[in-house]
Design a protein around this ligand. Structure first.
Ligand code: FE2
Ligand code: FE2
Length: 209
C-alpha cells in the first residue's frame, strides 16, 4: 500500500517535473553545480536546517533593506541579499516542499525581527549582528562539509555546500570589517551569545521539524 509519505514524495516529484524553472534559476543551478543531486534520507535533516537558515537570512536582509534611517545598513543589506536569495533557490531545489521545515513562517518572522531590531540600534550593532549570524552559518556549513569529506561520498552536494559556505565567509568578513569597536564590549559579547544560542536552537528544531 502506498503510504502518505510516498504520496507526498510522488507529488513533489511531479510538481518539480512540471514546475518550469526560469532561465535564471537554471543558470544559478549550473553556477552552484546543484543539478541532479539527490539528497540521501539521512542528510535531509541537515538540508532542512540549511533551507530554514537561508530563509531566515533572506528575511534578515529584507528587513534591513527597509532601514530608511541608515543608508549604510540599507547598502550592506542590498549587497548581501542577492547571494542569500541565490542560496535559497539552491536549497529549494535540493529540499522538496514536503521535506522542508514546517516552521518556515516562524523562521521568516524571526529573521525579519532580527534584521529589523538590530537595524534600529544603528549601523555598528547591525554589523555586529550580521558578523555573529554569518559566523554561526559558516560554522554550521563547515560541520556538514567536514562530515561529508570524511564520508568521501556525495561529492556534488559537498561542492554546493562549499560554495555556499565561501559566500557566507565573505559576508562574515565584510560585516566584521565594518564593525566599529567601542567601549561596550560586554554588551556586544552578550548580544553575540544570544544570537549564537538562538541560532543553535533554530538549527536543532529545523533539523527535526
Ligand atoms: Fe546564505
Ligand atoms: Fe550570508
Amino acid at each position: 500500500m502506498v503510504g502518505v509519505k510516498n504520496l507526498r514524495q510522488m507529488r513533489d516529484m511531479f510538481s518539480n517535473f512540471i514546475k518550469v524553472k526560469t532561465e535564471e534559476d537554471q543558470k544559478l543551478l549550473n553556477k552552484y553545480g546543484a543539478h541532479n543531486i539527490v539528497v540521501p534520507n539521512e542528510m535531509l535533516g541537515w538540508l532542512r536546517s540549511d533551507h530554514a537558515g537561508e530563509t531566515g537570512a533572506v528575511w534578515i536582509y529584507r528587513a534591513a533593506s527597509l532601514a530608511y534611517w541608515s543608508k549604510s545598513i540599507r547598502k550592506m543589506a542590498r549587497e548581501h541579499l542577492p547571494t542569500e536569495k541565490n542560496h535559497l533557490v539552491i536549497m529549494e531545489h535540493l529540499v522538496q516542499p514536503s521535506e522542508r521545515s514546517k516552521l518556515l513562517f516562524l523562521w521568516r518572522v524571526m529573521g525579519f525581527g532580527l534584521g529589523f531590531l538590530s537595524s534600529i540600534f544603528g549601523y555598528s550593532v547591525f554589523c555586529i549582528t550580521i558578523n555573529a549570524v554569518e559566523t554561526f552559518v559558516e560554522g554550521h556549513y563547515k560541520y556538514q562539509i567536514t562530515k561529508l569529506r570524511a564520508m568521501k561520498s556525495h561529492q556534488k552536494l559537498l561542492a554546493v555546500l562549499i560554495k555556499c559556505c565561501d559566500e557566507e565567509i565573505h559576508h562574515r568578513e565584510d560585516a566584521g570589517r565594518r564593525i566599529q569597536y567601542g567601549s561596550n564590549n560586554a554588551i556586544r559579547k552578550w548580544w553575540v551569545n544570544i544570537i549564537e544560542a538562538g541560532s543553535e536552537i533554530a538549527v536543532k528544531v529545523s533539523n527535526r521539524v
